[in-house]
Design a protein around this ligand. Structure first.
Ligand code: CDP
Length: 222
């Protein structure tokens, strides 16, 4: 059965998935769900609670701690609320980016979030972006896209974004992090980043946001 109320956008880090997913959601009056923000939210909580230390990850503490984590999106602004507190800025730091893919390999974390993501899809029409939306979370989504782009193009975009809040951010660390995350996300055992069978692949390296948007609308409506 095809689920026509769901648009899935997966792909490599910093390919503009969220920007385009938000634009599509607005255009079709769908809700937008940033599944990556949820993995980042858990990672932020793990850092705050010292479930991740310089020695590594305290898995038992993290598993226990998940019970006390409540994630929600504030509908008007798409802000991520962690136990009622807006952590949208905090989840975008390099520290969170450097730890999130490790947390995202854990099956317990994935089960915890995938359940919530599927619930969100039951309640309303949604556009969701991430790594496993078309393959695992909503394999029956009617529209699936997979974004790729050259690493340098992606790192430049992310670096420029990051510099606004952190003037010390440096390009090489951003590039290194993207490459490492892509590798970990693609190689993990559970729900690895890969193109879904019937997804449309788009290389956004040389396309403007407006061009990608036009292309997506064309594909959805054809
Ligand atoms: O925005 P960016 O492309 O940097 O990444 P994100 O969407 O915020 O996702 C952050 C990380 O969460 C990814 O690198 C993955 O490790 C993980 N993730 C995942 O495993 N599955 C998803 N559906 C979404 C994100």
């Amino acid at each position: 059965m095809i689920d026509s109320s769901i648009i899935a956008i997966d792909g490599f880090a910093s390919t503009g998935k969220s920007t385009l997913a938000k634009m599509l959601a607005k255009h079709y009056n769908y809700s937008y769900v940033d599944s990556g923000a949820m993995y980042r939210g858990i990672t932020y909580a793990a850092l705050q609670n010292h479930w991740i230390t310089s020695k590594g990850l305290e898995e038992a503490k993290l598993f226990e701690g998940l019970k006390s984590i409540n994630l929600n999106f504030e509908p008007l602004t798409n802000s991520l609320l962690l136990n009622g507190i807006n952590v949208s800025k905090e989840i975008r730091t390099q520290e969170v980016s450097n730890n999130v893919s490790k947390i995202a390999t854990l099956p317990v974390v994935r089960d915890f979030l995938v359940k919530q993501q599927r619930e969100m899809g039951k309640r309303k029409n949604i556009v969701m972006d991430g790594r496993d939306i078309g393959t695992v979370v909503f394999p029956n989504a009617s529209h699936k896209f997979f974004f790729t782009a050259q690493p340098e193009v992606r790192a430049k975009r992310r670096w420029e974004e990051l510099k606004l809040s952190d003037p010390t951010a440096d390009f090489d660390s951003v590039l290194k992090n993207l490459i490492q995350r892509d590798a970990m996300d693609s190689q993990r055992k559970v729900a690895p980043l890969k193109i879904a069978e019937n997804a449309i692949e788009i290389d956004v390296s040389d396309l403007s946001v407006a061009e990608v948007f036009t292309l997506l609308l064309k594909k959805i409506e054809s």
